[in-house]
Design a protein around this ligand. Structure first.
Ligand code: HOZ
Length: 434
């Protein structure tokens, strides 16, 4: 595939007026030492760049596009909504319908507040937890990403990991001090934190399946242990299911693993490709939100009618028999194909997968936490990424991100991807990467 000349020109133009030329750092392709592709359009599992090159897409807008791009029924729902008005700043019945769907899908959610992004959902969940417990400290896990609110930009994996910084500049020391960052999948570390600060921890927030440092599933008993510790010490357990919600099961990781959080953050898929997110959970906590309670939260575009129309249609299409089995089967085919290609080429590659999210780490050890993630050979990843792109496969341009498989990925797409991976790994194996 040709290096994209129009993309290069578009990037130069963007850089003059947008910091780094992008509106979200990882899109700059800084982690793979080249400029980004500028996208012209997408359909199904295919992205087309501004030069007309086509790619099988495993980014899927970083998770939302579980049905594939431009699903005709979603497009029709959005068009119909747009014709009736794009924003009112007043309640609509569509918002209640979406809230009813979320309450029905996730067993721990009694009530839900719609917002516009996962970052907002997390901000609101933390504010609620602090108000409910009258405590300030929050425990998060190293490598888990919970959006870009100040207190969560501490050891946050994802884009921060790519840039090698433990925390963002501009976060007040006092704010960062209220966050305790502990290794993921390490229950003892959480036990010790509670033993040290039994009356100070308001909440434990976790991605039940870490998916912003590649994909790292929870060890058996880890999430159950967090649940027990929060119950014992009176802290609020927050699951950030922005990626896993409606992705690893219709009811998210909570359905897949059979447990309940106190508060759940949702985003990505629940917007059907438009900006919508939500925080939901126990009635007694959720009823602390204004206008019922003292915890303030608001947003002009919260429950936006276009996003709500896309969301209701997307969830309707997902709530059908066989959908998650199909996603699982596609994810499995890709996992098996990648592992076989790695074996045949003698490349150390650990593939972690839950359903339709997966990640190949260029390491020979199991990957259970951020320390393990960091053993990945970045030089090999960069070479692999470039080879895949050249063969028409668009992966996330960072070793710290997941691959997202959608219902639109065909058997042929997956076979082509596996064949491309085999070719790419042969080249990676031959190259003298450090
Ligand atoms: N939060 C995403 C990375 N884990 C990036 C989102 C984007 O750039 O669109």
């Amino acid at each position: 595939m040709n290096p994209s000349n129009k993309s290069l020109t578009a990037f130069e133009r963007a850089k003059a007026v947008i910091p780094g030329g992008v509106n979200s750092p990882v899109r700059a392709f800084g982690g793979v030492d080249r400029g980004p592709l500028f996208i012209a359009s997408a359909a199904g599992a295919t992205l087309t760049d501004v030069d007309g090159n086509r790619y099988i897409d495993y980014v899927g807008s970083w998770g939302p596009m579980i049905l594939g791009h431009t699903h005709p029924e979603v497009v029709e729902a959005v068009q119909a909504a747009a014709a009736k008005g794009t924003s009112y700043g007043a309640p609509t019945e569509g918002e209640t319908e979406l809230a009813e769907r979320l309450v029905a899908a996730v067993t721990s959610i009694d009530k839900v507040r719609l917002v516009s992004s996962g970052t907002e959902a997390v901000m609101t969940a933390l504010r609620l937890a602090r108000a409910y417990t009258k405590r300030d400290t929050v425990v998060k896990m190293i490598g888990c990403y919970h959006g870009h609110s100040d207190g969560m930009l501490v050891n946050a994996g994802s884009g921060l990991a790519e840039h090698g910084v433990p925390s963002s500049a501009g976060v007040a020391a006092g704010t960062a001090e209220q966050t305790i960052a502990l290794p993921y999948n390490n229950l003892d570390a959480v036990r010790q934190a509670f033993a040290k600060f039994p009356d100070q921890i308001a909440a434990v927030i976790v991605e039940p399946i870490a998916a912003n440092m590649g994909v790292v599933p929870p060890k058996e008993g880890y999430l159950e242990g967090l649940r027990q510790l929060c119950d014992t010490f009176g802290a609020v357990l927050i699951f950030d299911e922005v990626i896993t919600g409606f992705r690893v099961a219709y009811g998210g990781a909570q359905e897949r693993y059979g447990l309940n959080a106190d508060l759940t953050c949702l985003g990505k898929i629940i917007g059907g490709g438009l900006p919508a997110a939500a925080v939901g959970g126990r009635r007694d906590i959720m009823d602390m939100l204004s206008p019922l309670g003292p915890v303030y939260q608001a947003g002009t575009l919260s429950g936006n009618p276009l996003a709500v129309a896309a969301a209701n249609k997307t969830l309707d299409l997902l709530d059908r028999p066989g959908v998650y089995a199909a996603l699982d089967q596609k994810g499995d085919a890709l996992e098996v194909g990648l592992k076989t290609a790695a074996e045949k080429t003698g490349t150390p590659l650990t593939v972690n997968r839950v359903g339709s999210i997966l990640c190949g780490f260029f390491t020979d050890r199991p990957v259970n936490n951020f320390d393990d993630v960091q053993t990945t050979n970045i030089a090999r990843f960069k070479r692999f990424f470039a080879q895949m792109l050249d063969q028409g496969v668009y992966l996330a341009p960072s070793a710290y991100e997941a691959m997202f498989v959608s219902l639109a990925h065909t058997e042929e797409n997956i076979e082509k991807t596996v064949a491309a991976a085999y070719n790419a790994l042969k080249i990676v194996a031959r190259a003298s990467c450090p």
